[in-house]
Design a protein around this ligand. Sequence first.
Ligand code: HEM
Length: 409
Amino acid sequence: MDGLSRRRMLIASGALGAFGTLSLASPARARSLWTWSPSGSVAGEGAGLDPEWVWDEEVDRLVAAVIGRGDVSRVNEQLRQWTRNDQPLPSGLPGDLRDFMEKARQLPSWADRVKLEAAAEFNKSRGIYLNLLNGVGGGMLSTAIPREARSVYYSKGGADMEDRVAKTSLLGFAVGDLNAFRPDGDVIVQAVKTRLVHAAVRHLLPQSPGWSKTSGGQTIPISQQDMLVTWHSLPTYTMRKLLEWKVPVPPADSAAYLHLWQVTAHLLGIRDEYIPNSWDAAEDQSRQVLDPILGPTREGVELTDILLRQLAEQTSPGGIDRPLVNALARYLVGDQVADWDGIPHEPFWEKAIATAWPKLVAFREKLIPLPLVPPLAWTIDEAARQYILFYLTKGRGTHIEIPDTNRPA
Ligand code: HEM
């Protein structure tokens, strides 16, 4: 570990406080008892099974078989040809997998095209906030989700975070696109491919000694509960922030944005009985599954550092604005999560952002006139735009593909 990483680990372990010493095998924090009722879901009913013990059975079996018979590169070659929502599935896919994908690509009966179109408009008009929160903010939150940080770290993509960010941004971009669910969009394609990738990870990670040693007793990763946790780190967190920043969100836009993410959750393989049917139900579920499990891990600290370094280097050659990147990340996720992620304090920029960002939001929302915006705010605004551009263009020319190995030991 280099000096800087050691410093970040010290920040993170200092923040551990009540949780004790940060060790290689620091267990994930305790989960709350599952009491969330399926009556608050889009299905309106369900068996009420604890999602900790539910995965994605059919596709998990199919993808494990593809890996088992050494067919991954042939399947990936076929998947590369599938790029649009309205395109038939490639004929060279194995028959059973193709049948599954044919079912998986269908929108649920409760999907509402009018709301999806409204969500696309909302994504356009509020793009700067949504992309910043989902991209940079969601990324920084995900590294403080112990199971996610460790899964990512020990899986194939953990060894090449640049590629991993690029692939992940493909889904982010697809969700926010004006064409997202139209025939020429690709959110259905990217979500179904992601469902296959997660199935592969469930098969592969249990074979990783690094993951097995740190999984806190979990034997198969990416349960439905884990999926819900990550889901809340995207729309639920984003909506909380929009309200905190006093961005006016008309009720129709708020409902449309929730709907967009409900349909995306369904396409990613989250069961309808777990998908919240309102923001209140989402908040309730998030308090139960996300808030109690956030915490520091060695893997999360390392991944955060890599992600922030990438942002700083690629948006500003020479990396001179790393302090600004650190401060913006801290602002997005708050001090507690930032400390767990080992993000250093940057007193000058933290103060500048805390003063300028609310003014920028108010100016953009036409609530205050230009002279009230401090000049430094435009440097911060430009940085935010650069990060978004970096995040959204990163995925060009890359593909979401089924991994066939874990991170090399
Ligand atoms: C892969 C998104 C939940 C761990 C991916 C990819 C996307 C994605 C777009 C494909 C990019 C790539 O192949 O690198 C999401 C979304 C989620 C979710 C939107 C929930 C709403 C989770 C959870 C975990 C997880 C809960 C673990 C606890 C992984 C791993 C990979 C992956 C390990 C593969 C990395 C590799 O190729 O080695 N995810 N994910 N994801 N995801 Fe997720």
